[in-house]
Design a protein around this ligand. Sequence first.
Ligand SMILES: Cc1ncc(C[n+]2csc(CCOP(=O)(O)OP(=O)(O)O)c2C)c(N)n1
Length: 606
Amino acid sequence: MHTPWQAAQSLKSDAKELRPLTGNEAIARGAWEAGVRVAAAYPGTPSTEILENLATYPAEDIHAQWSTNEKVALDVAMGASFTGQRALCAMKHVGLNVAADAFMSLAYIGVNGGLVLVVCDDPGIHSSQNEQDSRIYGMLATVPVLEPSDAQEAYDFTKLAFEISEQFDTPVIVRSTTRLSHTRSPVAVGLRVDVPSRGFLDKPSKNVMIPAHARARHNVVLEREARLKDYLGAAPITRWERGDASFGIVTAGTCYPYVREVLPTASVLKLGASWPLSGQLLREFCASVNRVFVVEELEPVIEKEIAALGFAVEGKKFFPRAGEFSPEVLRAGFVQAGILPAPVTHNSWTPDMMPRPPVLCAGCPHTSSFMAVRASGARVAGDIGCYTLACLDPLRGIDTTVAMGSSIGNAIGMAKAGETKPIVATIGDSTFLHAGIPALIDAVYNQANIAVMLLDNHITAMTGGQEHPGTGKTLRGEPAPQINYEALIRACGVQWVKTVDSYDLAATHQALREAINYRGVAVLISNRPCVLDPVKIKGPALQVITSQCTACQSCMNLGCPALTWSDEWFEGRHRVKIDPALCIGCTLCAQVCTIDCIKIPAPVTP
Ligand SMILES: Cc1ncc(C[n+]2csc(CCOP(=O)(O)OP(=O)(O)O)c2C)c(N)n1
């Protein structure tokens, strides 16, 4: 039996080098080797590292950029493809909702230079607002979806995707999932090929989507799908692994290694592409076994296709439609299906894990912003970013969170519906640039009575600290023009704009009160860099003079992880202490301390 490392070596004996790569690094490597000239993305877990990695390749080979949102990123990639160059665009699954408008037209237009769209799904919702299945976008747009199952395939399939794209005049989706994107395994890599530009294709009937052209293109797309079915059904990325004929399993992507772990000798049809599916191949496989199972995460895409061919197929009956799969999930399903014997149960006791809710970092500038928001008694339309955590105890400062950029629109709707509380929309800087600006213009245009708190921490913190147009740096860390928020917001027609330092608690409270009292659209910019920003704000750690602490616990209301209970008591309540390893010296706790017993320690003199 080969280790995965040896297996990869024997698979690619002519390869130049074997490297341990994550799925995302492998995709980036495959794209670079395939001669990609332009790559664009908006960050989003689990896809973020693809562009971060592409930016480590020479700038003369590849232009890699963060775009303001996923639709812009896809438009940028399309622009490069129009000129005849190979292009890549990457996003998380919900990013495709944002890019969907351009994507649906792209499906009709096709490509000139090959265009690959990497979409990373998040089954199990490790870090997202839902777990939608992007394969359905492939079906909706009639675009092929390749599903690698490990890092080697992520690399191989990305390279192949560019070939398919140009051969069939179609964008190609490479679908990853959190498990694949973030798992490291050996990959046999090669060298970059320089793919010459095909030159701009001057063909309005293909590139300009007016109804007359689109009608004709739709038929081209349908004909393309038929050819793709035949090609993908016979392509070497699809493997029929023959075994016992009593049952067979159709699977794809990261479900494949789980199937192999649970049922090593079973008959398996491992699909390299989960859309479009070759009816002929599926018919042959299903006819060769007595029972057919489909193992696929999330939606029953393959299962429905097999059922439509008239076969009795079993899938979602045993394997859930929600959540991430694992060998344990598969084992349980195959036990239920009578394929595996029920496990022998031991009377063992496993302790429950201590719940550890996520918290904002010590010194996070969002903490004080939400202290002020909570104190305002407003109805709060939240948005997506680190600050969404302010919906939890003890801050409890957010009433709704929908999707990136929704806060301002939600706030307008609340105001127009007659909500009696004052209304505040809270939105991060990256999110504001991504999808908040049109909503702000809407608020001005429709004269909504709302206050917007723009939480400018100078970074896209939630996804690990990416640059954006407000940071003054590009993806490669080079200087770039920096957005002037106040000027931008005024240009949108907002008359009341103010900036505060959120570490100044009193000023933040005061400014938010003013914003709320203003009749019309008011924007308060809370300006303080993220504590994890490369330029760290690490002041001296504060100390509690424990003997003076009256255990009033008002500092605990911050929810700062550097504040902990001490072993000392005062009138039946714990006194507080500060963990110096966590405290970054923001002084917020000192500002809320009712008896002024939190101090900056005097410097030690030698
Ligand atoms: C459409 C979409 N794209 C990307 C993401 C991933 N994502 C979640 S929040 C966020 C941005 C957060 O940055 P910011 O608004 O500046 O807030 P911060 O985390 O810095 O507080 C991103 C990119 C997403 N949830 N939805």
